[in-house]
Write a protein that binds this ligand. Structure first.
Ligand SMILES: C[S@@+](CC[C@H](N)C(=O)[O-])C[C@H]1O[C@@H](n2cnc3c(N)ncnc32)[C@H](O)[C@@H]1O
Length: 296
């Protein structure tokens, strides 16, 4: 993409040409959705949608646009996730800011929100929700948007993640009635604080498996958001115990798990005194969310 040389030859870098060039480059490097990535990066540079790229396919890029596009291509070549480059990820129909301060919201986690909303629908007018391990705040902010009259507490051990969660709440107009705390799980809460709903998507990947993850995940997403200790259950065990202790009678606890963990987590919920335990599958049919209720 040498601007001067090509312009001198009369073959300008039009939208169509840069897209072909960038998607071929990504394909050669083994990136799966090469064309889509090339297009999304260009929409970011030009501030337009994908339809405009087709309509204006013959429009040449000016020098500054080419420079910016080149720098985004460079980032993608290192396998940096698209959500971090674009600075956004959609979750439950809303656009969340995404950057390296926190895990990128995943579609699987929408199942956690669905379970939480479903199991609390009879008390939908008033309640207190606690989201442990909140990261970008995608679960906490979504709960606040879907249950505007509830009070929501979001907790994360990472100061950076909490800053991002707060930004997301501000952007999505979900600050009123929400609070964001830096804390090792529930340690910053007063002893008497109880909740009608506790959600969590804790780090649950066994330490040894974290190093086997796709390069885009293991090199760019925070390790504290992924690593669940030797067997993957370090945080899950504490989240279940502390979450269950914080429930009011009738309150619901729901946690995300990874493939193969659901049966063991159901037992943990039972031991923590929860009842009506159930498991929900994600869009791929994997047992993804284990939930239970405190009856008394
Ligand atoms: C898997 S990420 C989930 C983020 C977000 N809830 C989501 O679903 O995208 C786990 C989060 O747990 C946080 N975390 C790890 N250990 C923690 C602890 N002891 N107390 C509170 N948060 C913790 C990490 O900082 C990270 O943001």
């Amino acid at each position: 993409m040498t601007t001067e040389r090509n312009e001198a030859r009369g073959s300008e870098w039009t939208i169509q040409r840069v897209l072909t060039w960038a998607s071929d480059d990504f394909k050669k490097r083994g990136l799966e959705s090469a064309r889509l990535d090339a297009e999304l990066l260009l929409t970011q540079v030009l501030g337009v949608d994908r339809v405009r790229l087709i309509v204006d396919s013959k429009r040449p890029l000016v020098g500054a646009e080419l420079t910016r596009y080149r720098s985004l291509i460079q980032r993608r070549r290192t396998n940096e996730p698209m959500a971090y480059i674009l600075g956004a990820k959609e979750f439950f129909g809303r656009a969340f800011r995404a950057d390296r301060r926190a895990l990128i919201p995943r579609p699987d986690t929408e199942t956690l929100v669905e379970v939480a909303l479903d199991r609390t629908r009879l008390s939908s007018l008033d309640g207190d929700a606690l989201d442990l391990c909140t990261g970008s705040g995608c679960v906490a902010v979504t709960l606040k948007k879907e249950r505007p009259t509830w009070r929501v507490t979001a907790i994360d051990i990472s100061e950076e993640a909490i800053a991002l969660a707060r930004e997301n709440a501000l952007r999505l107009n979900a600050v009123w009635g929400s609070r964001f705390l830096v804390s090792d799980l529930t340690s910053a809460l007063r002893t008497e604080e109880k909740f009608d709903l506790v959600t969590a998507n804790p780090p649950y990947i066994p330490s040894s498996a974290v190093d086997e993850l796709d390069v885009g995940i293991r090199e760019f997403e925070p390790r504290v958001a992924l690593d669940g200790g030797a067997d993957g259950f370090d945080l899950i065990r504490r989240v279940v115990q502390q979450g269950a202790e914080r429930l009011r009678p009738g309150g619901v606890f729901a946690t995300e798990v990874m493939l193969g963990q659901a049966a063991a987590v159901r037992e943990l919920l039972e031991k923590a005194g929860l009842e009506s335990i159930s498991t929900a599958r994600d869009y791929a049919g994997i047992e993804r969310v284990v939930s239970g209720r405190r009856h008394s």
